[in-house]
Design a protein around this ligand. Structure first.
Ligand SMILES: Cc1ncc(COP(=O)(O)O)c(C=O)c1O
Length: 403
């Protein structure tokens, strides 16, 4: 039931009644009985890890995104690391990526001893600006990692053309973009490698988990070895073949995804279409409601794209408000709307400032956006009432702060 504010114009932060009684988080998984049963079945089976569910999940996932191959990893971060390794990144190399992403994207370049080089983003989508990427290419550049911010695919055609000209590998970080479409194709086989995450706030939840998809047979074996200590075969292959012998052929990690997680992933995959449809419905409702709310700039969508809406990040128009983003954020939290901010641009984090000497001002589009971003709740389990509450709270807060 909606809480009817006693005095709707008084913000909760100023002592009024909140729009909701309980906090609505910005993201949340949906786990149903069949998901639980799938996990229980694996717990009763012979294989908790490196068993049959891994290959089943990889095959089903590859088919769903339209890629030839998929390799499961223990997290999205491990998957980006695997792709950075398979792209051949090593000390002395550079890889160009977006500052407007989660730190893991750039960190994985560092794990390989290579240098992440940031290029500024497009003002509309906050995805890598291909013109800025072109300016950053040097003889040391080996890879580009575009990020599909909030679930809106990056400018993949232009980035792939640039990569072709310079012989670069394109690793698309699609951790936000499972199910997103670019020129009528689902992301997953457009870039040389595409990365997904199965963290609970994402479209498909396995607790922790990730995937690399690719059409390139030459990369698949390297990715499989890298996630399994660099070994030439895994435990199940040895059991099946009756051979004990294996070799360590490269320096890998234990980045395996368990059969428990893969069974959950397989079960969640069946609901992905419905999940995406619901996220798109919510985005449509938000966008039409916020079109007329002064001070709110809804996220923009390019014409050849269908976003997957992992996030719904609005930007506040500071020229129309008497408050800054921090104040709007706190006011919405007080209304029990679990807003968030994605992202602090990576180069502004203490580690990157200290290591690379960033001072702020290097990537003005990302930095200006950061000062204005607020992510509203967006997950497929949201009820119509939840969506109404968010719209009501944003409208209420903005009405107070509009000039
Ligand atoms: C853009 C992006 N890349 C990589 C990751 C890392 O994924 P994981 O949390 O599964 O390690 C995330 C996680 O939020 C992300 O948002």
């Amino acid at each position: 039931m909606r809480t009817t504010p006693a005095s709707p114009e008084v913000l909760a932060i100023d002592g009024g009644s909140p729009v909701r009684k309980t906090l609505l988080p910005y993201g949340h998984q949906s786990i149903e009985e069949d998901d639980i049963q799938a996990v229980v079945d694996v717990l009763r089976s012979d294989w908790l890890t490196t068993g049959p569910k891994v290959g089943e999940f990889e095959e089903a996932f590859a088919a769903w995104v339209g890629a030839k191959y998929a390799v499961a990893f223990s997290s999205g971060t491990a998957a980006v690391h695997g792709a950075a390794f398979a792209a051949g990144l090593k000390p002395g190399d550079e890889a160009i990526t977006s500052p407007m992403t989660f730190a893991a994207t750039a960190n994985c370049v560092l794990y390989q001893g290579a240098r992440p080089v940031f290029a500024d983003v497009c003002p509309d989508t906050l995805n890598l600006d291909p013109e800025r990427v072109a300016e950053r290419v040097t003889p040391k550049t080996r890879a580009v990692l575009p990020v599909d911010y909030a679930g809106h695919p990056a400018d993949l055609d232009l980035i792939l053309q640039l990569a072709e000209r310079h012989g670069l590998t394109v690793v698309e970080d699609a951790c936000h973009a499972l199910g997103a479409e670019y020129s009528g194709r689902r992301v997953g086989s457009i870039a040389h490698m595409t990365i997904f995450s199965f963290h609970p706030v994402k479209h498909l939840a396995t607790g922790e988990g990730g995937m690399v998809t690719t059409d390139r047979a030459d990369l698949v074996e390297v990715l499989r070895q890298f996630r399994n200590h660099g070994l030439s075969s895994d435990a199940r292959q040895r059991q099946t073949s009756g051979q004990w012998h294996y070799e360590m052929v490269l320096l890998g990690f234990n980045y395996r995804l368990t059969d428990i997680a893969c069974a959950l992933g397989l079960s969640q995959l069946k609901k992905l279409d419905a999940n995406l449809a619901r996220r798109r419905e919510i985005a449509t409702r938000y966008t039409s409601a916020f079109r007329d709310v002064a001070g709110v700039v809804p996220p923009s969508v390019r014409p050849d794209v269908k976003p997957a809406w992992h996030l719904y990040p609005i930007r506040v128009d500071l020229t129309k408000l008497t408050a800054d983003r921090g104040h709007v954020f706190r006011a919405l939290r007080a209304e029990n709307i679990g807003v968030n901010v994605h992202y602090i641009p990576i180069h502004l984090h203490a580690y990157y400032r200290n290591q690379f000497g960033y001072k702020g001002g290097e990537y003005p589009v990302a930095e200006e956006a950061y000062d204005r971003l607020v992510s509203l709740p967006m997950f497929h389990g949201m009820s119509e009432q939840d969506v109404d509450d968010v719209i009501q709270a944003v409208t209420k807060v903005m009405a107070q702060f509009t000039v």
